[in-house]
Design a protein around this ligand. Structure first.
Ligand SMILES: Nc1nc2c(ncn2[C@@H]2O[C@H](COP(=O)(O)OP(=O)(O)OP(=O)(O)O)[C@@H](O)[C@H]2O)c(=O)[nH]1
Ligand SMILES: [Mg+2]
Length: 202
């Protein structure tokens, strides 16, 4: 499944910066360093369209990436760690919450969770919020390349037993190997009502 075009459009820090062209949007949420920017790069098959870093808190705006001139992937600032201290963190929290709850073109939310560590308290709060939220959501477990198959199965079992995954779509993902890439992209395209190139012309 190939992407024909992908470009960074805007790093929004306030409502006035949001694109007004009406294209559908899918937001990527998750704690800092979970792999949101890496997932975007893998989805669009570009090594460094979205800036990644081993320093958490790199993404501090709503970063809009337009894909195939058909939809936006919105890279949200990671929660749980923001350089610049509490005040900035609160401001970002408001920006992100305001965005997620406002009547934007937001069609769906992809929530990323580090497959190695399982959900943090903030992840669980976010999952609870997603279950209440009327928009479709997908849980993506990142960095599965760092787990053995056995470990991933065990993690899945734990989460299922705890009821965490109940009623939610989820998949394992690796930005390194590309596992889960096609499935994630297909899910996103479907929620945006975009016909995927794999299914013919669009
Ligand atoms: N092994 C492995 N490493 C990954 C994967 N995805 C991301 N990483 C690494 O994890 C670190 C953080 O990745 P980012 O994509 O920058 O994370 P982010 O969620 O965008 O972080 P913030 O912008 O700070 O919120 C980087 O060092 C990546 O190389 C993956 O699937 N496998
Ligand atoms: Mg990032």
């Amino acid at each position: 499944m190939n992407i024909r075009s992908a470009e960074f459009v805007v790093g929004a820090v306030g409502r006035g910066d949001l694109p007004a062209d009406g294209l559908p949007e899918v937001a990527l949420a998750g704690r800092s360093n979970v792999g949101k920017s890496s997932l975007i790069n893998r989805l669009v098959q570009r090594r460094s369209l979205a800036r990644t870093s081993s320093t958490p808190g790199k993404t501090q705006q709503l970063n809009y990436y337009r894909v195939d001139n058909a939809a936006y992937l919105v890279d949200l600032p990671g929660y749980g760690f923001v350089r610049g201290g509490l005040e900035l963190r609160l401001t970002l929290g408001r920006l992100v919450q305001g965005y997620l709850e406002s009547l934007t073109e937001l069609r769906a939310i992809v929530q990323l969770i580090d497959a190695r560590h399982g959900p943090t308290e903030l992840d669980l709060a976010m999952i609870a919020w997603l279950k209440e939220h009327p928009k479709p959501s997908l849980l993506v477990f990142t960095k599965v390349d760092k787990l053995s198959r056995q470990q991933w199965l065990r993690r899945q079992h734990e989460l299922t037993a705890a009821g965490t995954l109940a009623g939610l779509a989820y998949l394992p993902f690796s930005a390194v190997t590309g596992e889960g890439r096609d499935e994630a992209l297909e899910w996103i395209y479907q929620e945006c009502g975009v016909q995927s190139p794999a299914n013919g012309k669009s």
